[in-house]
Design a protein around this ligand. Sequence first.
Ligand code: DP6
Length: 324
Amino acid sequence: MHPKFTAIAHPNIAFIKYWGNRDDALRLPLNGSISMNLSGMESLTTVQFDETLEQDTFELNGEMQSGVSLQRVSQFLDHVRRLAGLNRYAHVSSTNSFPTGAGIASSASAFAALALAVSKAAGLDLNQKDLSRLARLGSGSACRSIPDGFAEWLPGEDDENSYAISIAPKDHWDLMDAVAVVSQEHKPIGSSAGHKLAYTSPLNAQRVLDAPERLKECREALLGRDFSRFAEVVELDSNYMHAVMRTSNPPLVYWEPATEVLLWQVWQWRKQGHAVCATVDAGPNVHVLALANELEWLQKALLELPGVKNVLAGKPADGARLLE
Ligand code: DP6
């Protein structure tokens, strides 16, 4: 038996979104993106290579996986086997502390933790850039869960230069993400299939063209801790991505009626002077970004809104790391 390695990683919430690839296999994105790792939610993944295995095994939240779920992990392990020149299968066991497939990007924390655990288990000692590149091959947004705190994914031109870097440490800004959970169901179309539809929207080219401006605006607002500037660009970018999704062929509509109510309400609160804004990923849940001093009333108020089942709160978190 080979040594066993366990890694932990957090999901991240994108302020400027990744939607659409230039290269689906390599997950080279159409545009750069900016995100924050979320504490209090995590994937914990253990990997061990085993010469007696005849195929990889993958256990998720205590259940043995087969079919596409196992296949996605196994294909990811193939990249590492190639890199390490290793000819062995592995046991992979992972737990998520939050609902899978509900727009809280479990694939980001899952593949970030897996990239770190499996590279170590295979005897590789990758630097942060190469770990981020590796995580990207499993799930694009996972490359942003490797570095600490606030991350920017530099889109790059090829596999070599498409990876995420930390643009500010976790204690840079007291920002919170209060995730209003509207549904814990698996989304009907996952993001991997969704990315392929971006090109079918007549709005896509424009969204990609002016992404660098939004990235600059977001980066500056974040680094300058300017909440109102930040709120404007975050909401614009989320709405822009959902406009592309809705005008795709076939249309992708991830929102539920409760999503609309939440977005409207957050907008009202901001007009009343609260430091809150909202963003939505490929699911119906609403991520309400707020300054930490808003959290107490905000959590209660969100729970009172129709359709809100639960509120998960996350603050800026570290990147992926090994557990002893
Ligand atoms: C809407 O990273 O989940 O959350 O690479 O196919 O795994 P795959 O896609 P994924 O896409 C995330 C899309 C998003 C926006 C974002 O997180 O930037």
